[in-house]
Ligand binder design. Structure first.
Ligand SMILES: [Zn+2]
Ligand SMILES: [Zn+2]
Length: 156
């Protein structure tokens, strides 16, 4: 993710607007694997501010990670505003590389947990069955062993 500043580098105060689309495949963020299902959409304004370039903009992210209850894939989107300054001394070949900066911003904006649905029942902690699709008896037995006994009697 590089922005060419050739057109604005001569005069302090000059600025330009840039739109770019950058593909990211997957990143490990906060210990969780996040898949980027669509290219990032980045819009930014860059100003020649004497010693540095001032960048302001926003980006749209469409990503996918596992539901923290049932582990099913969940797609979600984020809109992230950013503004930063890049010292001119780190600019090479008239190009400002914003990759690390953008990824850092995504990292900060990434929700720790996503859920597929407010009502997601999650997985049974005992047998691992997906309670959105199936039922099991584990919970009941764990909650009250006496009830389990009773159930067995009734089953006969
Ligand atoms: Zn879920
Ligand atoms: Zn179970």
């Amino acid at each position: 993710m590089k922005i060419n500043v050739r057109d604005i580098k001569e005069n302090v105060g000059d600025s330009c607007s840039v739109k770019l689309s950058a593909a990211l495949e997957e990143e490990k963020i906060n210990g969780q694997l996040v898949l980027f299902t669509e290219p990032l959409d980045i819009r930014l304004n860059i100003i020649n501010a004497d010693q540095e370039y001032a960048l302001m903009g926003d980006l749209d992210v469409v990503a996918q990670k596992s539901c923290s209850r049932c582990l099913e894939d969940v797609e979600f989107s984020l809109s992230i505003d950013f503004s930063t300054e890049v010292d001119k001394s780190v600019v090479e070949d008239d190009e400002v590389d914003i990759s690390d900066y953008i990824i850092e911003h995504i990292r900060l904006a990434m929700p720790m947990q996503v859920i597929c649905d407010e009502d997601c029942q999650g997985l049974c902690p005992s047998c691992g069955i997906d309670l959105n699709y199936d039922e099991c008896d584990c919970m009941m037995h764990e909650v009250d062993p006496r009830l389990a006994k009773l159930e067995k009697l009734l089953d006969r």
